[in-house]
Design a protein around this ligand. Structure first.
Ligand code: ADP
Length: 305
């Protein structure tokens, strides 16, 4: 197991930021750590990277306890903190050399060159950090995180503030690193999770409210069902609401509807309704529960995604 978290709690004075959470991350997994702002994501990540101690509970990274063996943990963890703090007056190479020396890298010069190539920084390597765009600064942050070739990477909102092209590049880079490493990535962007992650842990107000694969989350416990339909003529909302299992009806266009329900037979019921009433159907399709729906349902959060 790469990460084992056991009843971890963090209190800041009266405020409970993380409330007795437990979870595990297997070697080689890419885990999405999701939650609204203030849910406790950064706090958990800071604890796992030995930046702050927990109030209660314990955690192990690669088998080493974060309290008793924090040096061993740090050797095996690469961390890209939220907001990626950098020394802006330093040159890229100089900063990475500094990080390499701090990380006890054996052949620092060669390793710096290696991570510069790996993270696509070759053309920027002679610049000062303050001269780099946000996207390239994030790459430097990632280069810094992997410089000592850690087994586990903990990335706190690595794509936040990047433009769409930079986001795609950063995700590709993370996916590539994920072939060899265990990665825990926090985000509140659903597409990010869909694009990168094997499994999702959702945290809300310090509590874990879901821990599952994307498919299971979309299909199983949080199951709601939706059907997209286009009729050949006008139908009233009231009529559609009479269909067995329907919970909500939304008009999406000219004679087009999204019908939501809470039973798996929803599509059949809609089809029977149309047949029984002789309504012409131009299109009928099941829609997957989106991860956004699941997230909203579990966290009661409507904004912030
Ligand atoms: P997230 O990363 O999910 O946005 P955080 O872990 O940053 O959440 O914060 C969780 C909660 O703990 C929030 O309510 C936040 O205000 C509080 N918090 C975080 N850091 C501190 C701190 N240093 N002192 C007091 N409260 C804090």
């Amino acid at each position: 197991m790469s990460i084992e978290v056991n009843q971890l709690t963090k209190r800041y004075g009266e405020q409970v930021a993380v409330n007795s959470i437990s979870f595990e991350v297997r070697k080689g997994e890419i885990i999405g750590f999701l939650g609204p702002n203030g849910a406790g994501k950064s706090t958990t990540m800071k604890i796992l990277t030995c930046f702050i101690p927990p109030t209660e509970g314990s955690a192990k990274v690669c088998g080493f306890d974060i309290g008793e063996n924090s040096i061993e943990v740090r050797k095996r963890v690469g961390y890209l903190p939220e907001h990626n703090p950098l020394y802006l007056e330093m040159f890229v190479k100089e900063y990475l050399r500094f990080a390499a020396d701090l990380g006890g890298v054996k052949k620092p010069k060669a390793r710096v060159q290696e991570v510069i190539e790996l993270t696509g920084l070759v053309r920027e390597q002679h610049k000062k950090l303050k001269q780099l765009s946000k996207g390239y600064r994030q790459r430097v942050g990632l280069a810094q995180a992997i410089i000592h070739d850690p087994e586990v990477l903990i990335l706190d909102e690595p794509t936040s503030g990047l433009d769409p092209n930079q986001v795609v590049e950063m995700r590709d880079l993370i996916r590539q690193l994920g072939k060899e490493k265990t990665i825990m990535i926090s985000t509140h962007i659903m597409q990010e999770v869909e694009a990168i992650c094997d499994r999702v842990i959702i945290i809300d107000k310090g509590n874990i409210v879901a821990n599952d694969t994307l498919d299971n989350l979309r299909n199983k416990d949080n199951a709601s069902f939706a059907v997209r339909i286009q009729f050949g003529s006008a139908i009233s909302e009231q009529d559609l609401k009479q269909i067995s299992g329907v919970t909500q009806v939304l008009k999406t266009g000219e004679n087009q509807w999204r019908i939501e329900g809470n039973i798996p037979e929803l599509r059949q019921n809609v089809s029977h309704f149309a047949l029984a009433n002789n309504y012409e159907v131009l299109e009928l399709a099941s829609e997957k529960n989106s991860l956004e729906d699941v997230f909203r349902k579990l966290t009661g959060n409507v904004g912030n995604i």
